[in-house]
Structure formats: structure tokens, C-alpha cells
Design a protein around this ligand. Sequence first.
Ligand code: UD1
Length: 417
Amino acid sequence: MDKMLVRGGKALKGTVHVHGAKNAALPLMAASLLAHEPVTLHNVPCLHDIFSMDKVLSSMGVGIDFTGRSMTLDCTGDIEPFAPYDLVRKMRASFFVLGALLGRFGRAKVSLPGGCAIGTRPVDIHLKGLEQLGAKIEIEDGYVVAEGRMKGANVAMEFPSVGATENLMMAAAVAEGVTRLHNVAREPEIEDLAKMLNAMGAQISGAGTDLITVVGVERLGGVEHVVMPDRIEAGTFLVASVATRGDVLVQNAIADDLPVFLDKLRDAGAEIEVMGNSIRARALNGIKAVDISTRPFPGFATDLQAQMMSLLACANGTSHIKETVFENRFMQAAELIRMGASIDLDGNTAIVRGVDHLSGAPVMASDLRASASLVIAGLMAEKGETAIHRVYHIDRGYERIEERLSALGADIRRVRE
Ligand code: UD1
């Protein structure tokens, strides 16, 4: 197992390029199951979660060629619509194959994902929506066993779940008749999925709003599609720049994908300059406390909450961070406290009292974004070394992060434990 060693106190400077979005690429890979011709994705990030989805699809019989950053998925052969527990438990997003499998084959057996570090994360919204589209669903031995031809329907989601919106959009794309999905998630990754499905022949409108209309079509064809840039990776580099009093230009970062986040960084005292598809972030003066509440898009992304907590740990004043999307997403707080932060948890709110400085310490990564926050805290620490254990979490969502931070002047290296 690898660990990351970080010596902080250095301002990050330079330019970094953001890769394709993991959270867009995963459902796009699942959507290839609907295609009667090969699908080619470009700008696919080389991440563990992508390899996990590759395994899930390959195990069903999908032919996959992943060369460089391009991936061709061929679902023209025999496909077994079955996703086993051993693969699904490693990554919840594997569950996103269910809608596409039902749409294409009218039957699927997909393991329930189980719990994860940031909460119980049920799949009731996915299942209820698919039932409304005509699926008969049974839970057998930890598996969702579903069958039925998809028929257009009106579905109102109880909460705008990202994964459920994607699953339902895929199932509805080849349903008989018109589907209206109400109260859906509006995340940019959903727009990316709709864009690709439409290029394959689907008729989807309204992606990016809270009402998506899908006119079912009989058959979807192949496509070449470029995966959108990763807004969470962009946000992480921007926070790292500000947190180290650096000056970093983040290329391939779309400001429209980070609305509230950029406002909050500005409120914290950062200078943010948007230049086309690049964003420059620096902090000339001290960091100010700000209050944050995570929300579905276009609100403050829960996937950037932990990184922001590290920044605010050394702000001037007290910040309140409220987590409304997940029930247990402050795992980084205890580790930041080990580095000298002053954080109290009160239900779903973290009260972060800014301290003068952080110090290096051995810490444990617990999930993907928590590990990014610990890397940022390590870069901020004015003395000592931070050893981040269980860094495999960070490899799920950030490609060679230590090399890219080193290129910006950070003192960070990966070692084998
Ligand atoms: C996606 C993202 C993840 C991000 C999250 C919220 C991917 C691969 N992952 O995850 O990085 O943090 O959106 O922006 O795109 N819920 C239910 N029942 C359901 C589904 C969800 O109660 O059937 C709850 C979850 O437990 C959670 C909340 O809804 O509390 C949000 O979950 P959801 O939007 O579904 O997240 P994911 O799609 O899993």
C-alpha cells in the first residue's frame, strides 16, 4: 500500500491541466450498453474508478479497448446483463449500468452497492423510478433482479439524485413513448450524458434543468464523444493554490460548472480570474472565514466540501460548513484536528475556528475527497511532514496527483509502505 509524504509551506505556482471528468465518464461508459454500434470516448481519465467500470462491463461481455485517453466500447456481441457483488461493492457507480441494461435487454441482475464511508446511500430513488417505467423489481440475495420492457411515464424524484437521474435517462431513452422526469439532478455531467445519448440517436431535452423529457426511440447507434473536464479536480487545484498563497492557472476548467464554489472562494479572499476555459486563483492577503452549505448543482458541490474545510482551517474567524447532501461526510475533520485545526461537529454542521497554522502529522485517508483535503492540509502545514496513509482513495479520482502538484512546486512524494 502506498502513502504520500508532504512537506508544506511552499506556494504552488504554475499551470496545471484538468483531465476528463470521472463522474461523466462512468455513466457514459454505462450508456455504451445501449448502443448497437461501437462507442468511442475521448479524454477519459486514467483512474481506478474507470478501471473498475471497465471490469464490470468487460465481465458482461463488452469489448473494451482503452489506449491513451481514448476508449472504445463494443456492445455488439453477446452481453450477459449481470453485475456481480465483487465488482459492484468496489464502486457504487457500477450500479449505474442498471438503467441501460433494462433499456437494452429488458432484464438485468445487478448487485446492491452496499454502504460506503460517507453514508448508507440507498438506491430507492433509482428503483422506484425504474418501476414507474415498467420494471418488475425483486431483491434476491443482495441483488436487484429486474425485468420488463420500458414504457414512458411521468416520474417525480423525491430528491435530485445524480445517479438515479442518469439511470432513468438511460432506461427512458429506448422506452416506448414519452417519459417526463421531474425534480431531477442538474449536474453538468447529466448534460454531458444527454449530449452523448442524443448524438447516438436519443431524443432527450431539458438536461441541466429540473425537468427532463425523453421521447423513446427504438435503437441507439454508435458515437464518438469527448468527456467533459472534471470540475471537482479543477476546484481541488484552485483551493490548493489559494490555500498555499500560490498562483496557479488551472486549464480546462469551466467557470460555469463551479458557480457557488467560485463565489465562496472569492468571499474567502481569493482573487479569481476567469479566462475562457482557464481559471487563475491566488490569495494576496489572508483567508477570511465563510459559511458554506452543500447543495445539489448549481449549489456548492459536496465533492468540494472537504477541500474547502482544509482552506478554512487557517482562515481569519469562524466558518460554518453544513453538509446537506450526505449524512456522514466530515471524516476528514478528525484528521485535520490531528494537524492542529480547531473543528467541532454539531450534527451536519462543522464549526471551523481558524487557527494560525497547521503542522504535519500522520493521517489516514477515508474516502476520495477527504484524501484530497488532507493533501491540501499537508501543503498548508508550515512545519513537519504529513504522511497520508491509504492513498488508494485518492487514485480513484485524481490522476498522478503527486506529480502534478510537484510540477507546481509542491514537496510531495509517494512511497511504498
Ligand atoms: C454522484 C457522484 C458523487 C457526488 C454525488 C452528489 C458520480 C459517480 N458520483 O453520486 O461524486 O458526491 O453525486 O453530488 O457521479 N440517495 C437516496 N436514494 C437514492 C439515491 C440517492 O437516498 O436512491 C441519497 C444519497 O444517499 C445521498 C444523496 O441522495 O445522500 C445524493 O446522492 P446521489 O446524488 O444519488 O449521488 P451519486 O449519484 O451516488
